[in-house]
Design a protein around this ligand. Structure first.
Ligand code: URA
Length: 275
């Protein structure tokens, strides 16, 4: 394929104007179109460039680098997350610990940390998967179309994130506090490094009942995915009853699944009345 210049492809070369996700998407699109090389506006005299340096291979018997200069082993993100989450004694410090956590690549592409919404004194906690575009822009979970359906579902069982009476309120968070690029599913590693924060979040809120919405939250809470098989049967996480439910995004795409979701909601309502 001829090698077009970026402006000829309609791509702005001012890469600083792109955010991380947009730059990655533009690059992926070019690769998809078969571009293997990119030409710049001015010709580059490659003969004038310094020769490629061969990697330095230490001679046999050469003295090793002093300990202080040796490459340090990379920290295990799960251990770092555990150490960061454990001392958090309230939601403000948990939020600050997440803001300071730099081991999750998703953070680089996100506009905002999406921590939680609703009333932390609520008996009902909803745990979704990860922010989408609207949540990333606004910094609050479930504010897009899935969120609008979630609010209607909660209202149907007498709960709401803005309810004045804490007994009728709901508290909403996600497994991932940062938006995955292109709304892809979070990887197992990403879920594993967020689990210590989620566990601490649950321990601080102490809800009576949890709804796990979607595969990612079932995986994070009790190590099982396939929410459509799990839905309707109570699980337990940290000693708290958890109802796995189809994600509102799934219900929007598959309205026929709303009948089962309604049955699950009634089950949640009955359980709330008991406990
Ligand atoms: N889907 C989720 O799981 N969480 C959100 O916050 C938005 C959409």
């Amino acid at each position: 394929m001829p090698r077009p210049t970026l402006p000829a492809m309609g791509i702005d070369t001012h890469i600083a104007d792109y955010d991380w996700n947009a730059a990655l998407a533009a690059l992926a699109w070019q690769v998809e179109m078969g571009v293997t090389e990119v030409m710049v506006e001015a010709a580059v005299d490659r003969y004038a460039l310094p020769e490629k340096q061969e990697p330095v291979v230490p001679k046999p018997g050469a003295k090793p680098k002093p300990e202080a200069v040796q490459d340090l082993p990379k920290a295990d993100p799960v251990q770092v997350a555990k150490a960061a989450a454990a001392p958090c004694s309230d939601l403000a410090s948990l939020r600050a610990a997440l803001e300071a956590f730099d081991h999750c690549e998703l953070k680089k592409g996100a506009r905002n940390l999406v921590f939680a919404d609703g009333n932390p004194a609520a008996p009902l906690m909803i745990i979704g998967e990860a922010p989408g575009r609207d949540e990333d822009l606004e910094g609050r979970p479930f504010v897009g179309t899935s969120g609008q359906l979630l609010d209607k579902m909660l209202a149907a069982i007498g709960h709401g994130r803005r309810a004045e009476d804490a007994r009728k309120a709901a508290y909403i968070t996600n497994v991932m506090p940062w938006r995955p690029p292109g709304n892809r599913d979070p990887s197992e590693d990403e879920i594993a490094m967020m689990r210590p924060f989620l566990e601490r979040h649950i321990a601080l809120v102490k809800p009576r009942v949890i709804i796990a919405m979607g595969n990612t939250s079932c995986m994070a809470l009790f190590g099982k995915s396939s929410v459509l098989r799990l839905r309707g049967t109570w699980e337990t996480a940290q000693g708290i009853p958890v109802m796995p439910m189809a994600h509102p995004g799934h219900l929007l795409r598959n309205p026929a699944a709303k009948r089962e979701a309604w049955a699950d909601l009634l089950d949640v309502q009955a359980r709330m009345r008991q406990s």
